[in-house]
Design a protein around this ligand. Structure first.
Ligand code: FES
Ligand SMILES: [Fe+2]
Length: 385
């Protein structure tokens, strides 16, 4: 994104925050053939061999061919061979281990190679660490509902958004677009009305990974002089449905989410671009992960996570997701945002009261985003030089 925009004044880079893990691909989509992906503006090839997934820079250092057009010519060796002249690279270190057109005697300098990326498969998803330092443990970057597979189960979906990642993440900072943009979403027909004009506050989460939002009060109906009522009369059929449950903020004294599990925020924004939205029961989280592809394209990964509570409850949760949430939320509800976000022009903005959560998130990133230690060079970088 070359035109100056509102983010130029923030610490949010246009291709995303480096030095974090990101979900990049459903594991079943990576078969026998190498696969090209782009994350944080970097072209990367993923391949499976020797019982592992490997991730390398998708550009051969010889004369620039795409390694993703190559193949695992020696199955089980964990190597990938360039399609052009047969240079062959270790999937673990990225080092060039053979130049097939030069004979086995040729001497290969140890510095000849490509960057390799830490990669793992978890929850049926391929995760990549993209950055300039040694990887932290994957669980360091995941909220509990993703890291602790024994306690939670669920599903994941993904969509590609044609907008910058910051535009999408701002949309998930409790900016009160939901009571307006989603007010007639099919998913909410049986759900409570989201109140608007709430008192919104943002504070650091207890684990220091992000910002938690608290909303108090609010109204579901108002009279605007010269205009009439909001919501307009013609929408009141929908408003007659009883507002209980999900639309309320966590009761600070009574909800199981607080009393039983100690969750303080119904919604939070976590580094590097995660939104966590819970329910008062404390038994469900929607974890939405904004993954920058490049400056104008974003992968949006959604994990619906249910607490494991016995066979019947697990079955009910899974059926609820398959037959209801998967299409009403991950598809129809989210498409209401997608339609708007893909046309947002971010050259200028006029922040207002409802943007307190957006401003808090941007400030938090500026102060707390992970940076490599001074003078640090990861082993993988060293191998690629
Ligand atoms: S370009 Fe890859 S081996 Fe020549
Ligand atoms: Fe939305």
């Amino acid at each position: 994104m070359n035109a100056p925009d509102v983010y130029a004044k923030t610490a949010l880079p246009d291709t995303g925050l480096r030095n974090y893990w990101y979900p990049v691909l459903a594991g079943w989509r990576l078969g026998r053939k190498p696969r090209a992906i782009k994350i944080l503006g970097e072209d990367i090839v993923l391949f499976r061999d020797g019982g592992k997934i490997h991730a390398l820079q998708d550009r051969c250092p010889h004369r620039g061919a795409q390694l993703s057009q190559g193949s695992c010519l020696y199955p089980g060796s964990g190597t990938l061979t360039c399609p052009y002249h047969g240079w062959t690279f270790s999937g673990d270190s990225g080092r060039c281990v053979a130049k097939l057109m030069e004979g086995p005697e040729t001497v290969i300098p140890p510095t000849t190679g490509v960057k390799s990326y830490p990669v793992q498969e978890h929850l049926g998803v391929v995760w990549l660490f993209v950055g300039d330092m040694d990887a932290v443990p994957l669980s360091d970057d995941q909220p509990e509902c993703l890291a602790e597979d024994g306690t939670w189960h669920g599903f994941s979906t993904w969509r590609t958004y044609h907008c910058n990642w910051r535009v999408l993440k701002d949309n998930l900072c409790h900016d009160l677009h939901a009571p307006f943009l989603h007010r007639n979403a099919p998913e909410l027909v049986l759900q409570p009305i989201f109140p608007h004009a709430v008192q919104l506050s943002a504070e650091p989460t207890a684990d220091g990974r992000g910002v938690g939002y608290k909303a108090r009060g609010g109204i579901s109906k108002a009279e605007y002089p010269g205009l009439g009522q909001f919501p307009p009369q013609r929408e009141t059929w929908y408003r007659r449905l009883k507002p209980t449950g999900r639309g309320k903020d966590i009761d600070p004294t009574k909800s199981p989410a607080v009393v039983k599990y100690g969750y303080l925020h119904r919604q939070s924004s976590l580094l590097p671009g995660i939104t966590l939205i819970g329910r008062p029961s404390g038994d469900y989280f929607m974890c939405r992960w904004v993954v920058p592809i490049d400056a104008t394209t974003t992968l949006f990964y959604t994990f619906s996570r249910f607490r494991r509570r016995g066979t019947l409850a697990t079955l009910r949760d899974r059926l609820q997701w398959i037959f209801w949430l998967s299409w009403t939320h991950d598809w129809l509800f989210s498409d209401q945002d997608k339609r708007v976000l893909e046309r947002v022009k971010s050259q200028r903005e006029t922040l207002s009261r409802t943007d307190a959560g957006v401003a808090a998130w941007r400030r938090f990133v500026a102060e707390h985003a992970r940076r490599p230690p001074a003078n640090h060079q990861s082993d993988r970088q060293a191998a690629a030089e």
